[in-house]
Design a protein around this ligand. Structure first.
Ligand code: HAM
Length: 422
């Protein structure tokens, strides 16, 4: 008789985490929690399913094309969230009168995007979100970036490994207006510039042309990308503008935080999402081999747009996928395996009650105990214990029960100690 076995794998781009994958994930989450806590952020959470309407209105065009949407049994149009920011804005707007501002909230959430799969991009990822709402001071931008760099640092990643590239949509707006490009062309221009780096210069020109810019404007827009410093931008503008002064304050604060070596001005950073209004940033690995490590910026109209009272916000999203690649490339040994301290085994059914009561009393002392589920030979037990990574192993035979004592073997040193069974 032929067997007709069907085999299943996870849907393309979705992720399974086997036990050996969990230590790294847990270490990343722990670094995120600690850095957010150290910077005074409070944790929140939201439903993973959102109304499609909210996401369509508030996410950028690029994300809208990547939404996992569906209709529920009552014909509601819903979607798995591709990002957290619209949900955050919705939650804040719903309680705006009761909440105290500025609020500093963080979350660690699963997001889903139907993206073309590439290195560093999957269809499901975990994302740390750090947001400050109701604060106009540029110190808010500094604090969210400081928290993200702190998380990287605690995972062993420093200035040699990554750099946060920073610019400002408000500055770019000033420059575009200086080039006589009217404001209604700016959103499409931002979107096209954000694509640079992912698509060729020619394809970007094409996008700008189809968005309605004429050829000479397209050339002057692309020439802006040659700006290498804030001073150069100020020269083109004629004098510093509030946007360029804000960026300069930002870099000064970064210096006073001792983080100058982790940030750089980069006019090409625009961000794909529609809601950003001011400073925008993206962190990349130094060799710029990988996709962005984290990205964010200031969004001053989002709350007003969603039906709340106007309130400025700034925040970032920091995914686990590129971070894991960065750590792997660095041969990092981050992530402690999740194994029990002590393995307890026994030779036959007669010793099982003694093994159970010993395990229970060790657990009372907060020792992590792996109790064998069936009797086994001493040799089998000890070779299993060696492979499991336990620190110590206890094997109970008939003589041990008779004497009321048992030997605790330290698996690292081979030393044995006597212990009472009762
Ligand atoms: P985003 O740049 O679209 O921003 O995503 C932020 C980060 O999430 C990326 O830098 C990357 O680490 C990770 N990420 C995004 N898509 C994927 C993917 N397909 N696979 C793996 N990782 C991914 C936002 O989502 C904004 N909502 C961030 C924000 C919060 N802005 C203000 N507050």
């Amino acid at each position: 008789m032929g067997t007709n076995k069907q085999s299943f794998s996870a849907p393309r781009g979705m992720r399974d985490f086997y036990p050996e994958d969990m230590p790294l994930r847990n270490a990343v989450f722990a670094a995120w929690h600690t850095a957010a806590g150290q910077h005074g952020f409070q944790q929140y959470d939201a439903c993973v399913v959102e109304t499609l309407d909210l996401l369509k209105k508030k996410s950028g065009d690029e994300i809208i094309g990547q939404i996992y949407d569906f209709t529920d049994k009552s014909d509601r149009e819903l979607a798995l969230r591709p990002e957290m920011t619209p949900s955050l804005a919705r939650m804040v707007a719903a309680r705006q009168n009761a909440l105290r501002f500025p609020l500093k909230w963080y979350s660690i959430v699963q997001c889903f995007r139907y993206e073309r799969m590439s290195k560093g991009r999957k269809r499901e990822h975990f994302q740390l979100n750090l947001d400050i709402i109701g604060e106009n001071s540029v110190l808010a931008e500094v604090e969210v970036i400081s928290a993200a760099t702190r998380a990287l640092e605690s995972l062993g990643l420093g200035p040699d490994d990554f750099c946060v590239h920073v610019s400002s949509r408000a500055l770019l707006t000033d420059l575009l207006l200086k080039l006589d490009i009217p404001a209604d062309h700016h959103p499409a221009t931002f979107l096209a510039l954000d694509k640079l780096g992912k698509i060729s210069k020619e394809a970007t020109s094409e996008l700008l042309l189809t968005s309605g810019l004429d050829r000479s404007h397209v050339e002057s827009v692309l020439s802006l990308l040659a700006i290498k410093s804030l001073d150069e931008a100020n020269n083109i503008l004629g004098a510093p503008t509030p946007a360029s002064m804000r960026l300069s304050d930002f870099f000064q604060f970064m210096e006073s935080y001792g983080l100058s070596d982790r940030v750089a001005f980069d006019i090409s950073i625009v961000r794909g999402l529609a809601y950003y209004t001011g400073i925008v940033f993206e962190a990349f690995d130094r060799s710029k081999e990988l996709r962005a490590i984290f990205g964010g910026g200031r969004y001053d109209n989002l709350l007003g747009d969603i039906g709340g009272n106007p309130a400025g916000g700034v925040g970032l999203g920091f995914g686990d996928v590129v971070l894991a690649e960065l750590l792997t490339n660095k041969n990092s040994s981050i992530g402690v395996p999740n194994t029990a301290d002590t393995g307890v085994g026994y030779m036959s059914e007669e010793q099982k009650p003694a093994a159970i009561s010993l395990s229970l009393s060790l657990r009372q002392e907060n020792i992590l105990v792996d109790l064998a589920l069936h009797p086994e030979k001493a040799k089998t037990f000890f070779s299993r214990a060696d492979r499991s990574g336990f620190q110590q192993a206890i094997f109970i035979g008939p003589d041990d029960v008779a004497s009321g004592t048992v030997r605790v073997k330290n698996l690292k040193t081979g030393e044995q100690q006597q212990m009472d069974l009762a």
